[in-house]
Design a protein around this ligand. Structure first.
Ligand SMILES: Nc1ncnc2c1ncn2[C@@H]1O[C@H](COP(=O)(O)OP(=O)(O)OP(=O)(O)O)[C@@H](O)[C@H]1O
Ligand SMILES: [Mg+2]
Length: 383
């Protein structure tokens, strides 16, 4: 596979200045006071992206995702290491990066095109399409500084996807804007995928990563800690999320509840399509806890088949070992292996207090002829 993005040993340090004297008068009197500290936002990050790949980048707030994208787009220069690109690149960086606030939307579109090396005539040719996609035609001659964040993102996305880039880099922006526009963006990204373009996608939405990416990279405190198939990387990400949450957990709940084991009455995890399976789960708790039990079923390719209602399965855990029965009464799934994730969340379904990714793998047997994930039992009758 041809490599289109090559990131080699990239580190990025920021200088952070700590002022000792806070007031203006003090700073005038002591102009060189304070200390400067070097902060590593990225540490020795290396990976390659092949042509046509869609790679997700996930990590906590401040883990270095945007810094990495900015280095790739050339907005920031790495402190050490190298980045090589093959082909043209269009980027949708964080809000605020990219557009000139004093200029109108129209001028920004042309400026952005020029930055990508496009002639005025080339931009002219796609200008109407850009405005149409963005749905902000009435405001195209308004200064960008008066745009709402939603309008800003609409225009930025519209430009990035209409200038025919080989590589598309998207930072988080899919979270902005209403659901309909988000769906339109996702649709457009999928079209890019079919066209064989290369995409780097930063998002906090794990479902979006699963749905769109073949591969995911996990950053943690500036280090690349996982790079592989999406579901494996997301497992690493979730485990780290839990570890870190445990450190900041005011009630110290995390780690005190564990999903210990999953068995079935027959000992087998094989199930025929349409039949059910019963999972017997052992959950240990150090103290009493009332919350909800959550069950997720994924395909091996990382597609979420189903997540149970996070508020619909109350459990009252007692100190010691607890048993929880999970019934999947009639699996309509087609042939294949499905991974089951199990978790315990708080009563509101917001905070995860225990999680076990890949707690069980179900082997579904199906000898019908439908294709896909789900057997719908579609019937066709000629009338
Ligand atoms: N220009 C800068 N000067 C100093 N520190 C910076 C600068 N830009 C980023 N940082 C720091 O580098 C770290 C990584 O920031 P970055 O924006 O890359 O994180 P992120 O993973 O994109 O986070 P988020 O999920 O919140 O968008 C943060 O601690 C941030 O404060
Ligand atoms: Mg960011």
């Amino acid at each position: 596979m041809t490599t289109v993005i090559e990131v080699r040993g990239v580190s990025k340090q920021f200088k952070i200045h700590h002022e000792r004297h806070q007031s203006l008068k003090e700073r005038v009197l002591h102009p060189r006071s304070g200390t400067t500290e070097l902060f590593n936002a990225l540490r020795d990050v290396s990976f390659d992206v092949g042509v046509g790949e869609t790679v997700g980048i996930v990590g906590h707030n401040g883990s270095g995702k945007s810094t990495l994208l900015k280095c790739i787009c050339g907005v920031l220069k790495p402190s050490t290491g190298q980045i090589r690109l093959r082909g043209s690149l269009a980027a949708l960086l964080e809000l605020g990066a990219g557009f000139q606030p004093e200029l109108s939307g129209r001028d920004n579109v042309y400026l952005y095109g020029a930055m990508l090396g496009l002639s005025r005539r080339t931009v002219d040719a796609v200008f109407d399409e850009i405005v149409e996609f963005s749905e902000i035609a009435p405001f195209i001659d308004t200064q960008v500084k008066f745009y709402s964040s939603g309008m800003y993102v609409r225009l930025a996305f519209a430009v990035a996807v209409n200038v025919d880039p080989d590589i598309l880099v998207v930072d988080e922006v899919l979270a902005v804007g209403d659901e309909r526009f988000q769906a339109k963006c996702v649709d457009r990204i999928q079209r890019f995928q079919r066209e064989g373009r290369t995409i780097l996608l930063v998002t906090h939405n794990a479902d979006q990563v699963r749905a769109l990416c073949d591969r995911a990279i996990v950053l943690d405190g500036g280090d690349l800690v996982a790079d592989g198939p999406t579901h494996e990387s997301l497992r690493v990400f979730r485990e780290r999320l839990l570890d870190e949450a445990a450190e900041h957990d005011p009630e110290k709940l995390l780690g005190t509840i564990q999903i210990e084991s999953v068995t079935t009455p027959s000992g087998s995890f094989e199930v025929r399509n349409g039949a059910g399976i019963h999972l017997d789960v052992t959950v240990s708790a150090q103290g009493a806890f009332s919350g909800n039990f959550v069950v997720e079923v994924f395909t091996r390719a990382g597609l979420l088949v189903s997540r149970s209602d996070a508020q619909g399965a109350p459990v009252n855990l007692a100190p010691g070992a607890n048993r929880v029965a999970v019934d999947l009464p009639a699996l309509p799934l087609l042939d294949g292996v499905y991974d089951v994730n199990l978790g315990v969340v708080d009563a509101h379904g917001h905070t995860v207090v225990a999680w076990r990714e890949g707690a069980a793998s179900l082997q579904v047997i199906y000898d019908g002829r439908e294709g896909g994930i789900v057997a719908l039992g579609t019937a066709v009758t000629q009338l």
